[in-house]
Design a binder for this molecule. Structure first.
Ligand code: COA
Length: 464
């Protein structure tokens, strides 16, 4: 049975900071953000928004667009790493909000949980819900998988350049118009790590940025190895001499904590795949230097990062490699379109990969590419750490959905924050009753209870 993504909707907060303003205020070269990281704007939540609001706004949009009633929905999963309760699942808040529109008890029949594994948990939620459909348990109902996050780092840290916020919701069913997942190939890797984590009660994460960059690439590469074995043994793909598995993927969507991380990760995977192939000889000639090897090739991530000579040479090699015609062609054809939205919105943690997928569909379609039957590969990563590699085929009815995608229009009524306003928001100096914007027809947070007996209870309304 086919199962996959039938439709996709996004909700992005209406406030943002501009990378150039931010760089100026922090005494940084704007080029570091714009060129070095690929960050132009970062979406910022208002005082009356939390990740549950973002998720509910995205859900309402997809339900209204598809004229779905709550009866059509069998499961509502939320994946987030911006959770605000240790016990009550975020989907319960979202159902509470949706029932303000659809009527109390309208979603009573609907199951679901909040899933957590840093940025990768949405991919696990998609996989589980796809299998729920494949197993015939859905009985004609759809699943909503929402990925919703606020990427917020401490002020003055290097992570602060890579913030953002938003939610992506995917409607899953057995007749998907957008993408059907390839069966029996989904591959995972997992390792106990401390590259990025957020201890109880702390609003912002503790981050070892460069460590997490490298770990991301290593973990995704490991998952790709398993994907490769499964794709070949299941007969999904057949490699001719001189080919790599990546030749059989038309698009590669990577986890995007910032857009250039997609470029970095793709270059890492492609180097790994091409190294074994006859084409590598020509590439090395074109680059004019041999591929550097760390002093201790079997060493730890710390030893590799601490090997300054290797790191400098490897950086130089990567830069030259990404300038080769072969890599440039692959980058333009398979990755570039997926990075556009990330540059305009910033980091969405769990939702980054899926905002990238949405961006890929919209901007490839705009190029005039016939997307029917194209295979999309996904490289998902969550700190702590786990990676997932999987793929799917774009379906014949994709155009029905993609032709109406218009990121610019969806983002249009945004307001640029001054750095002072941003810092006030960042330091939580205002209450939900003091928003920067008064939005209409959106779910908003009204208050968070502070009394001993009901501490933490949240009240939301649909702002008519
Ligand atoms: N002009 C143009 N480019 C510049 C520049 C300038 N003036 N200054 C720096 N750059 C480039 C660097 O060369 C680098 O590019 P490269 O990766 O291609 O080499 C890029 O900008 C970033 O610079 P770097 O010095 O690596 O940044 P940093 O160490 O200050 O911070 C992160 C980068 C990603 C580590 C940091 O933002 C962070 O911790 N982010 C959160 C964690 C994260 O996103 N992890 C990812 C895995 S999930």
């Amino acid at each position: 049975m086919a199962a996959g993504i039938d439709d996709i909707a996004i909700y992005i907060p209406r406030l943002y900071i501009d990378a150039a303003d931010f760089a100026k205020a922090r005494g940084l070269d704007p080029e570091k953000l714009q060129k070095g990281l690929g960050v132009s704007q970062m979406a910022i939540v208002d005082t009356n928004q939390d990740p549950a609001c973002l998720a509910a706004n995205a859900c309402l949009q997809i339900m209204q667009k598809n004229k779905l009633s709550p009866e059509d929905i069998g499961r509502l999963y939320i994946s987030t790493e911006s959770s605000f309760d240790e016990s009550k699942a975020m989907n319960s808040y979202v159902i509470g909000m949706l029932e303000q529109v659809y009527g109390q008890g309208a979603f009573e029949h609907c199951g679901g949980v909040e899933t957590k594994f840093a940025c990768v948990s949405g991919s696990y939620a998609l996989y589980d819900n796809t299998n729920w459909i494949r197993a015939g348990e859905a009985e004609g109902k759809h699943a909503l998988v929402v990925v919703s996050d606020i990427a917020k780092y401490d002020m003055g840290t290097s992570g602060e350049m890579t913030q953002g916020a938003g939610a992506v919701v995917m409607l899953l069913n057995d007749e998907p118009r957008l993408l059907a997942f390839d069966p029996k190939v989904t591959a995972t890797s997992i390792k106990d790590e401390y590259d990025f984590y957020r201890p109880f009660g702390k609003e912002t994460p503790i981050v070892h940025g460069q460590y997490s960059n490298l770990l991301y690439m290593i973990q995704v590469r490991k998952a790709l190895e398993i994907y490769k074995k499964r794709a070949l043994s299941s007969g999904l793909m057949k490699l001719e001499p001189g080919e790599t598995i990546l030749d059989h993927m038309d698009y590669l969507n990577m986890h995007l904590p910032y857009s250039n991380m997609g470029k970095k990760a793709l270059a890492y995977l492609v180097r790994h795949e091409w190294r074994q192939l006859p084409r590598w000889k020509k590439i090395i000639q074109e680059i004019g230097m041999s591929e550097p090897v760390p002093k201790d090739p079997r060493g730890t991530i710390e030893s590799v990062l601490g090997d300054e000579e290797f790191m400098a040479k490897d950086h130089e090699f990567t830069k030259l490699f990404t300038k080769t015609r072969e890599y440039q062609e692959l980058y333009e054809a398979k990755l570039a379109s997926s990075l556009i939205a990330s540059k305009m919105i910033g980091n969405l943690y769990t939702a980054s990969l899926y905002l990238g997928f949405r961006s890929c569909l919209e901007f490839e379609y705009q190029k005039g590419v016939d997307l029917n039957g194209k295979r999309v590969g996904f490289g998902s990563y969550g700190s702590g750490s786990s990676a997932m590699v999987f793929s799917g085929l774009i379906q014949p009815q994709y155009e029905e959905i993609v032709k109406n995608m218009n990121l610019e229009a969806e983002l249009a009524p945004r307001r640029k924050l001054t750095l002072q306003e941003y810092e006030i928001l960042h330091e939580n100096k205002l209450s939900p009753e003091e928003p920067m914007l008064h939005t209409k027809r959106e779910f908003i947070l009204v208050d968070v209870n502070t009394t001993t007996e009901s501490r933490g209870e949240r009240r939301y309304i649909f702002n008519e």
